[in-house]
Design a protein. Structure first.
Lengths: 115, 114
């Protein structure tokens, strides 16, 4: 499967714990994006990363949320001290290294549930 | 702008009918548009895209129309099949954000009856 891979598919955490969501982009793609989706709503942009760089984090909450895309390995979205309101589906997308318009391709998401 | 809704608008059609899903966008600077299909429990799947220098683009069974004057986008699906049942989202972006930040519409649920 050469698509965007996300894991875990489902993650359950208790309030106050940490959640780590992983994303491996499509082969050849060096741009990674994270989006959040609440039920019955569209996806909301969170952050855009290239290898070892955060390019645009205008959609990230100011506290508790962080993202990275290291030189080696998957991109990680980290949520510290989770609260009930963090329950959502988190989607990762990737695109090729180009400045022209290219569609982003999405993974199947991680469904985060906070108890 | 942001679109928040408690219930998705729903379009119900019979198998074999043509479907038209509409989307209004708010940012006049947007110049690249994408339609995505999202099935239950899955991520958005790319269907078709269109640049602002075009007003129509066709794919296999799908056509996207863009009216920049009224900031309106539509997706036409010919001979709709039960497998087309899903939620459809339009997304917009612009060269001013490097085409990197997608803004999604509210979405429309398409229900196809056999």
């Amino acid at each position: 499967n050469a698509g965007v891979m996300q894991n875990p598919r489902h993650l359950v955490r208790r309030r106050g714990q940490e959640a780590r969501l992983r994303c491996s982009p499509m082969k050849g793609h060096s741009h990674v994006y994270w989006y959040r989706q609440l039920p019955e709503e569209g996806l909301k942009f969170m952050v855009y990363l290239q290898k070892e760089n955060i390019i645009d984090e205008s959609g990230m909450p100011k506290e508790r949320f962080s993202a990275e895309f290291p030189k080696e390995g998957p991109s990680i979205l980290r949520i510290q001290q989770v609260v009930r309101g963090d329950s959502a589906a988190y989607f990762c997308a990737s695109s090729p290294p180009t400045d022209s318009n290219q569609p982003q391709h999405f993974g199947d998401g991680t469904r985060l549930s906070i108890l | 702008g942001e679109n928040v809704g408690l219930h998705l608008p729903t379009l119900s059609v019979q198998e074999g009918d043509n479907s038209i899903i509409n989307c209004a966008y708010s940012n006049s600077a947007s110049d690249y548009f994408i339609w995505y299909k999202q099935e239950s429990g899955k991520g958005p799947q790319f269907i078709i895209d269109i640049r602002s220098n075009m007003d129509k683009r066709q794919g296999q069974r799908v056509t996207v129309l863009l009216n920049k004057t009224v900031k309106h986008l539509s997706l036409q699906i010919a001979a709709t099949q039960p497998g087309d049942s899903a939620v459809y989202f339009c997304a917009e972006t612009s060269r001013y954000t490097g085409f990197q930040k997608l803004v999604f519409g509210t979405g429309t649920r398409l229900l196809v009856s056999p």
